[in-house]
Design a protein around this ligand. Structure first.
Ligand code: DHB
Ligand code: FE
Length: 272
């Protein structure tokens, strides 16, 4: 007995693939180059690096399936839009008290010390249900890169779990934390996905972004990203993940020695 969903998907996949090959007059040599590319992606991938996912991302495929999936699951149009998870999530970030910082070990010895001070940012807001009611005890899981553009697990100079944390909302549904204004950075382009980008004369840059997974009882978890409106790549993301509703403006923060910038953002979760 054929798998029912596969029985639905596969004929369509084959039809589109064949139409594509006919449309471009695909040659054996070209098909063979694509097989090599996929094999290279697989060989390069491990726990720390998912090159096949990266290949899908520069094709816009992860963003597309994320959009299709979130639309199917949406119970309300007021929900915060989703964005791709990306390859650098870690599921076991430390739980931190509201108002604390995800920036670890910031001393003058750290190479990006000055930039981290200039980019220091206070993030706060509420987690709401689509009826507008605040959700207590929601979990806000947040991660971003260091000012050098590397996530902690890409960079042996950073402490474990640097720039990652999980926060629980209070009775008013509020979360608050210190982080950094995110910097733009290139997706890893030293492998087959990067080679393909160069052959296409495309750049590897993503606009500065902060990742979030927001979850709460009786609600659908939200995987999303916020983008800095002043970023030069915000209209030109190498992996096509930016959505207008997720573009935010950091404002100067007054009277707080811990942060030069602030951002207030409410996340709205759909019920399940
Ligand atoms: C990709 C996504 C990210 O969020 C990131 O930081 C790097 C790469 C990606 O889609 O490949
Ligand atoms: Fe990212």
């Amino acid at each position: 007995n054929a798998h029912p969903r596969l029985a639905q998907i596969f004929p369509s996949l084959v039809r589109h693939l064949h139409d594509f090959a006919r449309e471009v007059n695909l040659t054996v040599a070209e098909w063979s180059a694509a097989v090599d590319l996929l094999n290279d992606c697989g060989r390069m991938s491990d726990d720390r690096r998912n090159e096949t996912q990266l290949l899908c991302d520069i094709l816009g495929l992860e963003s597309l399936v994320d959009e299709i999936t979130s639309k199917q699951l949406a119970t309300s149009t007021t929900q915060t839009p989703s964005a791709i998870l990306g390859p650098f999530y870690r599921s076991d970030a430390p739980f931190l008290p509201n108002g604390s910082s995800i920036v670890q070990d910031l001393s003058p010895a750290v190479p990006w010390y000055e930039q981290a001070q200039a980019d220091s940012a206070f993030l706060s807001g509420r987690v709401l249900s689509t009826d507008g009611k605040p959700i207590e005890n929601a979990v806000v899981d947040v991660w971003h890169t260091a000012p050098n553009g590397l996530y902690e697990q890409q960079d042996s100079d950073q402490p474990e779990m640097n720039f990652r944390g999980r926060f629980r909302t209070d009775q008013q549904g509020r979360y608050a934390l210190y982080a950094l204004r995110p910097v733009p950075y290139p997706i890893p382009d030293d492998g087959p996905a990067g080679r393909l980008l160069k052959m296409l004369d495309r750049h590897p840059n993503r606009p500065g972004h902060i990742h979030f997974i927001v979850s709460a009882d009786d609600h659908r978890p939200l995987t999303t990203q916020l983008y800095d409106s002043r970023d030069q790549w915000v209209d030109n993301d190498a992996v096509f993940a930016v959505k207008d509703e997720l573009v935010v403006k950091f404002e100067p923060r007054e009277g707080d020695p811990e942060a030069r910038w602030e951002l207030s953002y409410d996340f709205v979760l759909g019920r399940c």
